[in-house]
Design a protein around this ligand. Structure first.
Ligand code: NAP
Length: 316
């Protein structure tokens, strides 16, 4: 059986590493179980130009290495593996990586969310080379260029409208004629002169050798295949929070699976278990907001641990 740690942080993205930095500087010797594919969503972006402090921009993976190194500098420990099970029935809480058990008085869940992907081989190959999952991050790279957005929800409509301020032309490809998006968002998309709706079409392939040059689509009614010449391809078909491990323990939104935190805190329904970053935020979803939330979780957990210590002292 392992020693009991002060805090275990599950997840290695902006929220998890920021929580690790603050916990390490508070002498709490955090263990970060960062996931086999650590770094989170920024590992599939290229330049990040909207993270304060990087005046010249930074590559997403480089930024995550910087985050990680900063936490390491103050003594955070990392385990580059995936958590397979948790048991939050009592304190110390238990976290498992295969057969290995780790125990801690407090837990910070920062497993993030994953942008849904179409699942095309060409989409994976061209990630960061014209294929993007974040208009806020990447729209400005397509100034005066042609961009295709896929999806029919609020995200897709919002992204198409946002990108239309930069790009010369935006194709919005949706697989049906009706939109899941709210009418006001559809109206906004329609009223932008340079947004063209391409309906009843599914994307079959992202075309390009080294960078995106076109998108091949198939008409769902006629089966006809055609190509849209494009420089950028934004996939906006939703996000899924990485919460499967926690659904039996932590309160979450029934329809989406996002964890629920209390008011302005990062507290979950279990005292001592905190949630930070995109795993509990489907509204802002930015690296900087996730980092802020990771900081809040570290402060919340630090306060929780010091209350525990205080209670233990006054009980003796
Ligand atoms: P969403 O509502 O789940 O919509 C996903 C869209 O992607 C749907 O139109 C869906 O098509 C399409 N899609 C899914 N899988 C696909 C595939 N494999 N190939 C092609 N198309 C696919 O997701 P979202 O737009 O990200 O919105 C998530 C939540 O955030 C919603 O509650 C939304 O209202 C909210 N949101 C709000 C705002 C705002 O108010 N400003 C902005 C963004 C998001 P089908 O319709 O055919 O299923």
């Amino acid at each position: 059986m392992s020693d009991v740690r002060n805090v275990i942080i599950i997840g290695g993205g902006p929220a998890g590493y920021t929580a690790a930095l603050y916990s390490a500087r508070a002498n709490l010797n955090p263990l970060v179980i960062e996931g086999f594919n650590w770094g989170g969503q920024l590992m599939i972006t290229s330049d990040v130009e909207n993270y304060p402090g990087y005046a010249d921009g930074v590559m997403g993976p480089v930024m995550m290495q910087d985050f990680r190194r900063q936490a390491e500098r103050f003594g955070a420990e990392f385990l580059t593996d995936d958590v397979t099970r948790v048991d939050f029935s009592e304190r110390p809480f238990r976290v498992y990586v295969g057969d290995d058990e780790y125990r801690a008085e407090s837990i910070i869940v920062a497993t993030g969310a994953s942008a849904r992907q179409l699942g095309l081989e060409s989409e994976l190959r061209l990630q960061g080379r014209g294929v993007s999952y974040c208009a806020t991050c990447d729209a400005s790279f397509f100034r005066d260029k042609v961009v295709t957005v896929v999806g029919g929800g609020d995200s897709a409509l919002e992204e198409a409208t946002f990108i239309s301020r930069f790009a010369s032309k935006v194709y919005l490809v949706h697989r049906r004629e009706e939109f899941r998006a709210s009418p006001i968002m559809v109206d906004r998309g329609r009223s932008a002169d340079n947004v063209e709706f391409v309906l009843n079409k599914v994307v079959e392939e992202v075309v390009g050798d080294g960078k995106v040059t076109a998108v091949r689509v198939r008409d769902t009614v006629t089966d006809e295949v055609s190509e849209l010449e494009t420089d950028g391809f934004f996939v906006a078909i939703g996000h899924d929070p990485n919460t499967a491990l926690f659904l039996d323990w932590l309160d979450h939104e029934a329809d989406t699976g996002y964890l629920v935190t209390k008011g302005k805190t990062t507290e979950t329904n279990i005292p001592g278990v905190f949630a930070a970053g995109d795993v509990q935020d489907h509204v802002y979803r930015q690296a900087v907001t996730a980092a802020g939330s990771g900081c809040a979780a570290a402060l919340d957990s630090e306060r929780f641990l010091s209350d525990l210590r205080h209670k233990a002292l006054t009980a003796t």
